[in-house]
Design a protein around this ligand. Structure first.
Ligand code: ZN
Length: 328
């Protein structure tokens, strides 16, 4: 295996998933052509908890300050981002303003310099590598990464992923072995949907999902999560309209989906549903409907803002439902 790989391909084709699989292959105790999938190493990688697996994803711009402090901040933010990924089981593209800042590259340099904790090797994944922010005019971040790519230690496998590799500096591209992931045939996506997403899918509904997925398993998972969140949002609004008892029992029934990712998805779907109601009310010149939908939207937005804090999803949902009862 080359020491520095660049996985490219459209969003949702499974670049990061493949990178994790390669990490498993390298770290697996039962080393063979494929990871065994059940040894401690394989399981730790699967849970994103292996001390010799380092996954750097783009993060929001860091506060200005000394580099040392910024590196610590980057470390904390990255740990939170990974915890989120672990909880939701999905790795969505980072938002548009997130990047790999100089502090992230410095952190990467530090990781490269230490010996592996548990295994004989370590794996570093730099997701969405084209988000490497070449800061100001000094190219410092890029140069630091270049240094690592030029002479990676023998115990290190570096995997870059990029949907838009042309966004990477040519000097970086020239030091990595490119592997292109293409779209996956519909037949394989069809089997994937039935096996991994919903075993009851068939006929026209299944074909619609296949078309939506566009050869990309990541999109197939995303659209499944969207429609599940949409169902939850509509159920919540219906329950709120019926009354306190109804939504309380719904909130209790839905208790296990306490994961932050699922909660955020439900809030997004609620907002979509409410905007549709808003549009319908506007078309019908229904002032009362407009007021209600607007108030409800404001409530959803307010809860959305608490997402970054340590809010309990069940409690937030219960309060939101009580608010919606008055306006939905
Ligand atoms: Zn294994």
């Amino acid at each position: 295996m080359p020491q520095a790989l660049l996985l490219t391909g459209p969003t949702g084709t499974g670049k990061q998933r493949l990178a994790l699989w390669l990490a498993q292959t390298v770290l697996c105790a039962d080393a063979a052509a494929e990871p065994c999938g059940h040894c401690g190493e394989c399981r730790f990688v699967g849970e994103l908890a292996h001390p010799d697996l380092h996954w750097l994803v783009p993060i929001p711009r860091l506060k200005a300050g000394e580099t040392a402090k910024q590196i610590d901040e980057a470390k904390t933010v990255l740990a939170e981002a990974l915890a989120e990924r672990r909880d939701s089981g999905r790795w969505e593209p980072s938002d548009g303003t997130a990047g790999h800042w100089l502090a992230s590259v410095r952190l990467l340099q530090r990781i490269v310099a230490v010996t592996p904790f548990r295994s004989r090797r370590k794996v570093i994944i730099l997701g969405d590598a084209e988000r490497l922010v070449v800061q100001e005019a000094n190219l410092e971040a890029a140069n630091s990464l270049l240094k690592v790519l030029e002479e990676p230690p023998a115990d290190t496998l570096l995997i870059l992923t990029a949907a838009e590799p042309q966004g990477l500096l040519a000097t970086i591209r020239s030091r990595v072995v490119p592997v292109r992931l293409g779209r996956i045939p519909d037949e394989v996506i069809r089997q994937f949907l039935v096996r991994e997403v919903d075993s009851t899918l068939r006929g026209a509904a299944l074909e619609r999902r296949v078309v939506d997925a566009d050869g990309r398993p990541g999109r197939a998972l995303q659209s499944a999560a969207d429609s599940a969140a949409g169902d939850r949002a509509r159920a919540l609004l219906d329950a709120a309209a019926v009354g306190a008892q109804e939504w309380a029992s719904l909130a209790l029934r839905q208790a296990p989906w306490g994961a932050r990712g699922a909660f955020a998805d439900t809030l997004d779907s609620l907002a979509v549903e409410l905007r549709e109601r808003l549009a319908r009310a506007a078309l019908a010149d229904d002032r009362r409907g407009l007021d209600r939908a607007l108030t409800a939207l404001a409530r959803v937005d307010a809860v959305h803002e608490t997402l970054g804090t340590n809010v309990n999803p069940q409690l937030a949902l219960a309060e939101l439902a009580r608010d919606l009862e008055r306006v939905a």
